[in-house]
Ligand binder design. Structure first.
Ligand code: HEM
Length: 397
C-alpha cells in the first residue's frame, strides 16, 4: 500500500515528491500517513472534504502543540475551528478587515514597502548579489499585515521573530507556555487595552472586532485577542511562501523574467500558476465528526484527514499538462491554493496584491535578474521561506 507523509521534514530539503502523489492519485486515491491520518490526493475528494463542514471539522490543535481542539477553551478557538453558524458570523468580521475594499486602501502602501526594501537592498549590496529572501520576500507580508492591522512597523519584526522562534504557533493553553500566553498574545492584550482606553477605537481592525456583535453579544477580550493572533498566523507565513516561490522562480528563469517584463498582463497569470503549481499551503487538516465512508475508506469520529491541496492542484483529471508551469491556462484562478467552501481564504485578495506588487516592483526596477552561479537553490515548493535567494540584479538606468 502506498503511504505519504506530508509532515516529513525532508520535504523542505528535497522538495515534494510529486511523482509519488501522481501515483497515489492514479492507484489509491486516499493513502495512510505514518501518523495514522488519511491523505486525500484527488481534486474532487479534496473539494468534497473542504465543502462538507458538517462532517469534516478544522482542528489546528496539533500544529499548536495540543492533541486536538477538545483541549482548547471556546474563547481560544481560531476562526477555522469555530463551528457553524458562529463561524460565519465571526468570518464576516475578517471580511470587513481584509476584504477587497480594505485591500484597495492598503495598495499604495504595499508598493511603497516593496520599493523601500529594494532601495535598502541595493544600498547595502555594494557587491552585485542581493538576497531577495531576507531583504524582500520575507519581510513584505509581515510589514503589510502590520500596516493593514494599524500597527507600528516594529510589530512586523516581532511577528517574524515569533514565527522563527515558534511561539507564533502556540496558544495560552499550549503546554509550557508562560502564564500571560505566548508573546503575540501578550502583545495583542496590550494593544487592545490601548484601543479600549480611547473614546473611539482609532484602528479599523480593532474597531470592527470591538464593535461586533456575534450571536447577540459582543466578543470578549480573550476572543478578540485570539482572532488578532490568528490573523497574523494565517496571513504572514502563507504569503511569505507565495512571495518566496514567485521571486525564486523569477531569479532562476531569466527567460520568464524577460517575458513578464515584456508583457505585464502576464503577471496575474504568473501569480495564479505559482499558487496552483507551488501551493504555499500544501495541505490542511480536518477531523472527522461522524461515521462515514469517504473516498472508499471508513472513517470514524476523531479520525484525521490530511487534505492534499498540493496534490489536487496537480490533478491531471482537472489540469492539462498538470506538472508543467504554464502561463496560458484557460482559467488561471481555478486552483485550490486558497481552499474551498465556507473556510476559503478571506485574505486571498491581499495575498494576490502583495505578490503582484512584489513582482511588478522587481520588473520596474531591474533590467535583468539572474541566479548566483554555483548556488544550490532549494526546490520549489518546499523552501517556504527559510533559505536565501541570492540574485544578481542589474538596475534600470
Ligand atoms: C498566499 C497566501 C495565502 C495562502 C496560500 C492562504 C491559504 C489559505 C487556505 C488554503 C485556507 C483554507 C484552510 C482550510 O480550509 O483549512 C486559508 C484560510 C484562511 N486564511 Fe489564508 N492564505 C493566504 C493568505 C492569507 C492572508 C494574507 C490572510 C489574512 C489577511 C489569510 C487569512 C486566512 C484566514 C483567517 C483563514 C481561515 C478562514 C476560515 O476558516 O473561515 N490568509 N488560507
Amino acid at each position: 500500500m502506498l503511504t505519504f507523509d506530508p509532515h516529513d521534514p525532508q520535504l523542505l530539503v528535497s522538495g515534494v515528491p510529486f511523482d509519488v502523489l501522481a501515483q497515489i492519485r492514479a492507484e489509491q486515491r486516499v493513502c495512510p500517513t505514518p501518523a495514522g491520518a488519511w491523505y486525500l490526493a484527488r481534486h474532487d475528494d479534496v473539494v468534497a472534504a473542504l465543502k462538507d463542514v458538517g462532517v469534516f471539522r478544522a482542528d489546528l490543535g496539533p500544529i499548536t502543540g495540543l492533541p486536538g481542539i477538545e483541549a482548547v477553551p471556546a474563547d481560544q478557538l481560531y476562526l477555522s475551528e469555530i463551528a457553524e453558524p458562529r463561524h460565519g458570523q465571526v468570518r464576516r468580521l475578517y471580511n470587513a478587515c481584509f476584504g477587497p475594499h480594505r485591500t484597495r486602501d492598503v495598495e499604495p502602501v504595499v508598493g511603497h514597502i516593496c520599493h523601500r526594501l529594494l532601495d535598502d537592498l541595493v544600498a547595502a549590496e555594494a557587491a552585485e548579489t542581493a538576497d531577495l529572501h531576507e531583504g524582500y520576500a520575507l519581510p513584505i507580508p509581515a510589514l503589510v499585515m502590520a500596516h493593514a492591522m494599524g500597527l507600528p512597523d516594529h510589530a512586523a519584526a516581532s511577528f517574524l521573530e515569533w514565527s522563527v522562534d515558534g511561539s507564533l504557533m502556540t496558544r495560552p493553553v499550549t503546554p509550557g507556555t508562560e502564564p500571560g500566553g505566548p508573546p503575540i498574545h501578550a502583545f495583542f492584550v496590550e494593544q487592545l487595552a490601548a484601543e479600549r482606553a480611547r473614546p473611539q477605537p482609532a484602528n479599523h481592525v480593532f474597531r470592527v472586532l470591538i464593535e461586533a456583535e456575534v450571536e447577540g453579544r459582543p466578543l470578549t477580550d480573550e476572543e478578540i485577542v485570539t482572532q488578532l493572533h490568528f490573523m497574523v498566523m494565517a496571513g504572514v507565513h502563507t504569503t511569505r511562501g507565495l512571495l518566496t516561490h514567485v521571486v525564486q522562480r523569477l531569479v532562476q528563469s531569466p527567460e520568464l523574467f524577460a517575458r513578464l517584463a515584456g508583457d505585464r498582463t502576464l503577471v496575474a497569470a504568473f501569480i495564479e500558476e505559482s499558487l496552483r503549481h507551488d501551493a504555499p499551503v500544501q495541505r490542511t487538516t480536518r477531523r472527522c465528526t461522524a461515521d462515514v465512508t469517504f473516498a472508499g475508506v471508513e472513517l470514524h469520529p476523531g479520525d484525521w484527514i490530511e487534505v492534499g491541496i498540493a496534490s489536487a492542484n496537480r490533478d491531471e483529471a482537472v489540469y492539462d499538462d498538470s506538472e508543467a508551469f504554464r502561463l496560458d491556462r484557460p482559467d488561471p484562478r481555478e486552483h485550490l491554493a486558497f481552499g474551498a467552501g465556507a473556510h476559503v481564504c478571506p485574505g486571498a485578495t491581499l495575498a494576490r496584491l502583495e505578490a503582484a506588487t512584489a513582482v511588478e516592483v522587481l520588473l520596474d526596477r531591474c533590467a535583468t535578474m539572474s541566479p548566483e552561479p554555483g548556488y544550490d537553490y532549494p526546490p520549489v515548493p518546499g523552501n517556504l521561506g527559510h533559505r536565501a535567494i541570492p540574485a544578481r540584479l542589474t538596475l534600470r538606468g
